[in-house]
Write a protein that binds this ligand. Structure first.
Ligand SMILES: *Cc1c(COP(=O)(O)O)cnc(C)c1O
Length: 430
């Protein structure tokens, strides 16, 4: 226990927070978490906040899940970490074997990393070398989409579409072929046309299936993903699905790709893979992609890329137990029930508010786009602050209030979230 003001002061004096202007960090009344119980975070003064953004989209089953805690503890008694470079680790093998029949990738192979962005980088580099290993040297570009977000390393920034203040890095971004956002009218036709026009110089097309999360939960149909897969296949272009946000049950199925009826050549996983416990991500390659990298020992066909903490054993242990709990607890049934409840409540109580432009939802991913009468009113931030005051932790994307409750959230918690959102948006005067 302590007093929040002094912790915030110490925080601002020594910690640099991402995507945060530190000169006014303390003025925006940040929550300094000390511990958690279930789906509630508890701050240094003992105040409780329902974690309605799943700690930036990573928490799936809740915090301090006894079964997940036990999995970490049990692995600690074996080994915390050993390198994947040239050697193996038992629990990592077990995790890959457990994931293999569940991922929508043909005869999959798993290259682990720690963050989503790093796994995107791996996918981009694998796609590039897939071609050079076969003597094709002119497939050096990528097709990416408007509104795309793939992470903050330089390569993932390049396939991402900017915004959020990242335009300053434009000179560092390598050029890509940019199609309109998949939520825009005519987007599929435009993407297919670009694939036909530039196909022979594209290594891969990279997309977020069904929901472009960071674009403010921009939605598109499964048919759009299928049409792009078909056009890419016709041009021989590899398909990369970035399911860092949509993976592990968020959209109602274990992976959003399942709803599209396609199988990408490369699949990128992150965020929910460990239930939100430990940093882990994975680049999943199909057999066809993998085969292009096989050759003599020390040959140039090898993928010369790796991270120190790739395949961390503690993370693998918790990821493995997490995957089992998905089935044991029938988590997807709860996602379906709570998503329907949330849809109903948002339609009745939030969408009609004069301050709201549009509500977008797929599974337990929601974006409530506000409609401020002028620029610079910071409605997204003010509505979110109102929710935090009411004990519901949310964080906006611009003027889009994002709701991303844990997948085990209860009916009562959904009511609590919608109550807080309704009151907070109601406080914004038009
Ligand atoms: C969060 C996110 C990333 C980046 O993952 P990090 O772990 O933050 O590096 C990449 N792609 C998508 C779709 C994401 O939502």
């Amino acid at each position: 226990m302590g007093d929040a003001a002094s912790w915030i002061e110490r925080d601002a004096a020594s910690v640099w927070h991402g995507f945060t202007q530190m000169s006014c960090y303390a003025d925006n009344r940040p929550v300094v978490v000390e511990r958690a119980e279930g789906r509630e975070l508890i701050d240094v003064e003992g105040n409780r906040y329902l974690d309605a953004i799943s700690s930036l989209w990573v928490t799936t089953l809740g915090h301090r899940v006894p079964e997940l805690d036990d999995a970490v503890r049990a692995q600690l008694d074996r080994v915390a970490h050993s390198t994947m470079l040239g050697n193996g680790n038992r629990v990592v093998i077990e995790l890959a074997e457990a994931l293999a029949p569940r991922v929508p990738v043909e005869d999959p192979r798993f290259l682990f990393a720690s963050d989503g962005a790093a796994a995107v980088e791996q996918a981009l580099k694998i796609a590039f070398q897939f071609w050079t290993n076969q003597g094709v040297t002119d497939r050096t570009s990528y097709l990416a989409f408007g509104g795309a977000y793939h992470g903050d390393t330089v390569g993932s920034l390049a396939v991402g579409d900017g915004g959020f203040g990242t335009d300053v890095f434009d000179p560092l971004r390598f050029p890509v072929v940019r199609a309109p956002g998949l939520n825009e009218p005519g987007a599929v036709d435009a993407a297919v046309a670009l694939l036909r026009e530039h196909g022979s110089r594209l290594a891969a097309v990279v997309l977020e299936p069904l929901v472009q999360g960071a674009a403010g939960m921009a939605l598109h149909d499964p048919e759009a993903v299928a049409a792009i897969a078909e056009a890419a296949a016709a041009e021989g272009v590899l398909v990369i699905h970035d399911e860092v946000a949509t993976g592990f049950g968020r959209t109602g199925t274990l992976f959003a790709t399942e709803q599209c009826g396609t199988r990408p050549d490369l699949l990128v996983l992150g965020k929910g893979i460990t239930g939100g416990y430990l940093p882990m991500s994975a680049t999943v390659a199909s057999r066809r992609v993998w085969d292009a990298f096989l050759g003599p020992d020390l040959s140039e066909r090898t993928f010369y890329h790796g991270h120190s903490y790739s395949g961390n054993a503690l993370a693998a242990a918790v990821a493995l137990r997490h995957l089992e709990l998905f089935d044991e607890w029938d988590v997807l049934s709860n996602v379906a029930a709570r998503a329907a409840q949330l849809d109903d409540a948002l339609t009745r109580r939030i969408a009609p508010l004069p301050q709201v432009l549009e509500v977008r939802q797929r599974g337990l991913m929601v974006g409530i786009e506000l409609d401020p009468p002028a620029e610079g009113l910071r409605w997204g931030r003010r509505a979110s602050a109102g929710c935090v005051d009411r004990g519901v932790l949310v964080r906006p994307l611009g003027d889009v209030v994002v709701l991303m409750p844990p997948l085990t959230t209860t009916a009562e918690e959904i009511d609590r979230i919608v109550d807080a959102v309704e009151a907070s948006i109601g406080d914004l005067d038009r």
